[in-house]
Design a protein around this ligand. Structure first.
Ligand code: ADP
Length: 471
């Protein structure tokens, strides 16, 4: 099948979270199954752009309301990533260093979607499946079916939207509806949700199929979806949850060049000890104590505001018998509080505020435990990376965490799970971690068990193909 993924992120070009990991890996696995999957994303000013060779494949122009713009589609020349990668260059809008966070993000991503539709409508080769990811591509199904500039050419193509995170929905006030190229005004209801244009809601209404990145997350969205609950309930017939996989080539402790000493399930004990030693030296932590890490966005969804108080309680509560290392960025207040703890607990605590891909690999490899107290976790990749690197996940039972981690107290278990995103539950899970850390036999048994779990994309990629075939 011919598949085109449309996304704002794709690893290794530009990644802010799990969306980038998924879009960077899924097409590669689909191609290995004999399909032809490609990715189109905005052309940001990233290292990948400057370090690779590109061919211009299309030049066009369109309008964003009163503003006419030219765009260029370029394609990576050597198929380095295992799939065709197309970038959309719109001078002055997309060519920035960061992915998100600009005052004109609405204009940027609407223009991106217009350019993609315009290119597809005017190009002779069309995919059979247009696979949109999150709200930055959420208006595409509507545009393909109901905008007069595109529907003459695109209305019969099949569309799928995958929801990686329903918290962010791409709201656009109706006063800016003129951004969307001339459309059939009878279809007003397909753009509207609670008196705003809602890109994600529109994608859910207009796409032929809807997928979420885990089955439990789809169930939860019917109860809690930042205002879209009834829509998820209404569209349940065309919705399905498919758990993300992990890219086992990028995330492989046996070949990972970011980490200090490679290891596999055969020498996991020594391998992890070597990585822990280096990590602890770098961050002034005691390698004899259990090391618990947190990697992720410092926002309420991840329950990150509970980390400072939980860490203080745990370090005092366990007489400084436990160490923490944090890597993340997000809300300034949480960043500030986490940074300040370093001076309070030298030898037991450290934090790196920022985004650091290499350090994240070193932390998965060197840590004993990975903490994820998330309030919302659509799938969660960190726990799967941790498991592949022999690091015990400590997770709150929600979304994909519920679907991937079995508590060590249950048959065949290998993780520490808890129910509430509360300081009490977090500290209790730390007490279980400290206790099991003393029992190296159980630790090793858990490491062996989880490192052998197959969380690769093979299964999930096949399930996406089944969804496409059903169309
Ligand atoms: P989300 O997409 O909600 O942020 P996921 O668990 O799906 O969460 O994916 C998070 C991805 O982003 C993982 O690959 C994780 O290692 C990475 N990540 C998050 N924050 C950082 C950071 N500060 N530095 C490096 N990698 C990070």
């Amino acid at each position: 099948m011919e598949i085109l993924h449309i996304s704002a992120e794709c690893y290794p070009i530009a990644k802010a979270g799990g969306l980038g990991d998924v879009v960077g890996a899924l097409p590669k696995y689909q191609n290995s199954m004999g399909h032809n999957a490609s990715v189109v994303m905005p052309m940001y000013h990233t290292k990948f752009l400057f370090n690779n060779d590109w061919d211009v494949v299309f030049k066009g122009n369109s309008r964003l309301g009163p503003r006419a713009f030219d765009y260029t589609i370029i394609k990576e020349r050597h198929n380095k990533l295992g799939y065709n990668l197309y970038l959309v260059d719109i001078y002055g809008l997309l060519d920035r260093e960061k992915i998100y966070g600009y005052g004109d993000d609405v204009e940027r991503f609407v223009a991106f979607q217009i350019a993609v539709c315009h290119w597809l409508a005017n190009s002779p080769d069309k995919p059979e499946i247009v696979h949109c990811h999150d709200h930055q591509a959420g208006l595409v199904p509507f545009m393909m079916k109901h905008c007069y500039d595109f529907n003459w050419s695109l209305s019969t193509l099949k569309t799928v939207i995958t929801i990686h995170n329903a918290q962010y929905q791409g709201w656009i006030g109706w006063d800016r509806s003129y951004f969307i190229p001339l459309w059939d005004s009878w279809k007003f209801g397909l753009l509207d949700w609670k008196n705003n244009i809602n890109s994600l809601a529109s994608g859910i209404k207009c796409a032929d199929r809807v997928t979420t990145v885990s089955a439990s997350y789809l169930d939860e969205l019917r109860q809690s979806a930042n205002g879209l609950e009834s829509l998820f309930e209404y569209e349940r017939g065309k919705s399905v949850g498919i758990l993300n996989g992990i890219d086992t080539e990028v995330w492989n402790p046996d070949t990972d060049t970011y980490i200090t000493g490679q290891f596999s399930v055969e020498n996991v004990q020594e391998g992890k000890a070597a990585n822990k030693q280096v990590l602890c030296e770098q961050f002034n932590l005691d390698p004899a104590k259990p090391l618990i890490v947190f990697i992720g966005r410092l926002v309420g969804e991840k329950a990150a505001e509970m980390l400072p108080d939980s860490i203080i309680s745990a370090i005092y509560g366990f007489q400084k018998g436990v160490c923490f290392l944090i890597l993340g960025s997000g809300e300034p207040d949480i960043e500030h509080r986490l940074n300040n703890l370093t001076a309070q607990f030298p030898g037991n605590y450290n934090a790196v505020i920022g985004y650091n891909e290499k350090l994240s690999h070193q932390m998965y490899a060197g840590a004993d435990f990975l903490l994820m107290p998330s309030r919302v976790e659509p799938c969660g990749l960190n726990q799967m990376y941790a498991m592949r690197y022999g690091t015990v996940p400590m997770v709150r039972l929600t979304g994909g965490l519920k679907d991937t981690v079995i508590d060590m107290g249950d048959q065949g278990g290998y993780g520490i799970t808890f129910v509430h995103p509360s300081i009490g539950d977090i500290v209790h899970s730390v007490s279980r971690a400290v206790e099991v850390y003393e029992d190296q036999e159980t630790m090793n048994a858990m490491r062996n068990r989880m490192m052998q779990i197959d969380n690769s994309w093979d299964n999930s990629a096949r399930r996406y193909i089944e969804v496409y075939q059903s169309l």
